[in-house]
Design a protein. Structure first.
Length: 66
């Protein structure tokens, strides 16, 4: 996956603030949206996994004999 493409697009957008004319081609925009969706899917999966692990650790600590 090309998540660095998201950074590149952010940089282009920021540079566009200082240009007279700035445009992103439709194909580039579609690719950026797809990359962003994939990025968010991976982040959500990671966070879900981390939250489940934290919950399991907490649950195991409660049931541990002292």
């Amino acid at each position: 996956m090309r998540f660095h493409a998201l950074t590149t697009l952010k940089d282009k957008r920021e540079n566009g603030d200082y240009e007279i004319y700035s445009a992103i081609e439709p194909k580039t925009a579609r690719e950026a949206v797809e990359n962003a969706k994939q990025f968010l899917q991976r982040i959500r999966a990671y966070l879900k996994s981390e939250l489940e692990n934290a919950s399991n650790k907490k649950r195991n600590q409660k049931h541990k004999p002292s």
